[in-house]
Design a protein around this ligand. Structure first.
Ligand code: ARG
Length: 465
């Protein structure tokens, strides 16, 4: 079967043929291309557009090919793409009747149908994998609702929290990543088949039928749009890029937390490397690579956006080059997701160290100011000034947070307001206690164990949806 035999008297140069063939990355479309041909042939037969005997033979051959697998195809780059390789296979099996398969169909609508089908499967798979990761995080959070942890802003000590509270931040980010995929899915799940080259066909094809057979939710309403648009691919890759951002951030924290200076967590040996010269080293290479590889999807997104920018309607061959970048973004992000899942689930937390960090370096200062507002009706700005001065005096005098008592607070408040605050020893002690700080933040979304347990429950009902 030679596609060029009618129009041309010869072949492309080998170089031009290889340059234009998509066969290498079309392997990804193998299953979808069988589905697409099967649905189209079934519909053509039902509509009486092609002879029933030919339709049956084509369908049986597609079943055979599906069983034999991709290796049964001749993937010679002299075929422009997998659609031609598949048609060649059917032709070799049943002869020229194979040609009925392409009635009222173009590779233009076929390829974007295949890409959409494949992307639906990829998205479903990724959603499952994100949910499994969230499930692991939820289990870890349940074990750590009382585990003191230090939270940072600007990577400086900010306020005490719990490890569970921090973990549930990951879970909520991942949930949005998941929901973003679910939303994108709606725009991927639309059937362009039947658009043919660009204006549909004069044959009485039944697009509703192929939509059902292929399991799409909707028909694309305009055939020019059907074959031209790749916004669904760009959007999907954005979702992978955003997911890789979440995973890269988690990895970055594992890198920092596992340093000697922080010592908050330790990576499992299975996710660590050593040095070829420094025998003492335990390096978080896997986390670093997850952080580094998370940029790959961004590059692919920019490539795709640049490719689809400014090309006219409808099909242009440029669109072929979008696909490999989509697959690369997906494969890379899936790798990162799997590895970060494994790495986080095997992380050991150094609870002694994290509770030490939660209690030092004036991380409880905000609560002391809040107590002044609550108990003494001080405007927050005045309380903020008093506590700021307490901290700077204490640092100058080399006094640790545990040594700050009611007298110290009174001394500074006299300096600032002219009056003693008289909070009393108990209130000062409570305000500066990291565990009590955490327990007081019972507001929705807060770090108190009951608030985190509530957020875990919300997450579990999302997972069970
Ligand atoms: N390999 C092509 C692609 O991926 C299929 C469509 C080819 N259409 C054409 N008119 N040459 O986009």
């Amino acid at each position: 079967m030679d596609l060029r035999a009618g129009r041309f008297d010869g072949q492309m140069t080998d170089d031009a043929a290889a340059f234009s063939s998509s066969i290498k990355f079309d392997k990804r479309l193998f299953e979808a291309d069988i589905e697409c041909n099967r649905a189209h042939t079934t519909m053509l037969t039902e509509q009486g557009i092609i002879p029933e005997t030919a339709g049956k033979k084509i369908l049986a051959t597609l079943d055979k090919l599906e069983k034999e697998g991709l290796d049964a195809l001749d993937l010679n780059p002299s075929f422009e793409d997998i659609h031609m390789a598949l048609e060649d296979y059917v032709t070799k099996e049943i002869g020229s009747e194979a040609g009925f398969m392409h009635t009222g169909k173009s590779r233009n609508d076929q390829v974007c149908t295949d890409v959409r089908l494949t992307l639906k499967w990829e998205i479903e798979n990724t959603i499952e994998n994100i949910k499994a990761f969230i499930q692991t995080i939820v289990e870890m959070a349940k074990e750590n609702t009382d585990t003191l942890f230090i939270a940072y802003t600007h990577l400086q000590h900010a306020q005490p929290t719990t490890f569970a509270h921090h973990l549930m931040a990951y879970a909520n980010e991942l949930r949005r990543d998941c929901e973003r995929f679910m939303d994108t899915y709606k725009r991927v799940d639309m059937n362009p088949l039947g658009s043919a080259a660009l204006t549909t066909t004069g044959f009485p094809i039944d697009r509703q039928r192929t939509t059902e057979l292929l399991g799409f939710s909707k028909i694309m309403d305009n055939s020019i749009d059907g074959v031209s648009s790749r916004d669904f691919a760009a959007e999907t890759v954005f979702d992978y890029a955003m997911l890789s951002t979440t995973l890269g951030k988690i990895s970055e924290e594992i890198v920092i937390w596992s340093t000697y200076e922080f010592r908050m967590v330790e990576c499992s040996n299975q996710y660590s490397s050593t040095s070829s010269i420094m025998p003492q080293k335990k390096n978080p290479d896997i986390a670093e690579l997850a952080r580094g590889k998370s940029t790959i999807a961004y590059g692919e997104l920019m490539t795709i956006l640049s490719m689809i920018k400014g090309i006219p309607h409808s099909y242009n061959r440029d669109l072929q080059e979008v696909s490999p970048h989509v697959w690369n973004a997906i494969d890379n992000t899936n790798d990162i997701l799997r590895i970060v899942h494994g790495m986080l689930s095997t992380l050991t937390i150094n609870k002694e160290r994290t509770s030490e960090l939660a209690g030092v370096n004036f991380a409880t200062a905000t609560e002391l100011a809040d107590v002044m507002v609550r108990e003494k009706n001080l405007p927050f700005r005045t309380a903020h000034q008093i506590v700021g001065r307490i901290v700077s005096d204490a640092i100058d005098e080399n006094i640790s947070v545990n040594e700050i008592d009611d007298d110290y607070v009174n001394k500074v408040s006299v300096e600032i307001t002219g009056e003693k605050l008289e909070l009393g020893e108990e209130l000062v002690r409570q305000a500066l206690d990291p565990l009590l700080n955490v327990k007081s933040r019972t507001v929705k979304g807060g770090c108190a164990p009951e608030a985190v347990i509530e957020s875990i429950e919300i997450m579990e009902s999302f997972l069970n949806e």
